[in-house]
Write a protein that binds this ligand. Sequence first.
Ligand SMILES: [Zn+2]
Length: 97
Amino acid sequence: MKSGIHPTYFPEAKIVCACGATYTTGSVNERIDIELCAACHPFFTGKQKIIDSARRVEKFTGRTEKKSATVLTSADKAKKEATRAKARAAKKTSTEK
Ligand SMILES: [Zn+2]
């Protein structure tokens, strides 16, 4: 090997998964952090797992909660419908003249 051109090689580099599993390998990086490994990947475990590194699920649930808070109750809807019907009736009588 030519000296001075190769990166430092770590024969005992550690791969650390978010689930806590660690693996040892040879690499130019001393430590490699991963989100999935064979011990926790849904394909191998058979269980669903949501990797939400960008907080997309959290944002979505927040958005839907905000929407559901503004949804009218049935009493509000009935009141709205009554006022609408009244307005319609008033319009009808004014056009019949
Ligand atoms: Zn893992």
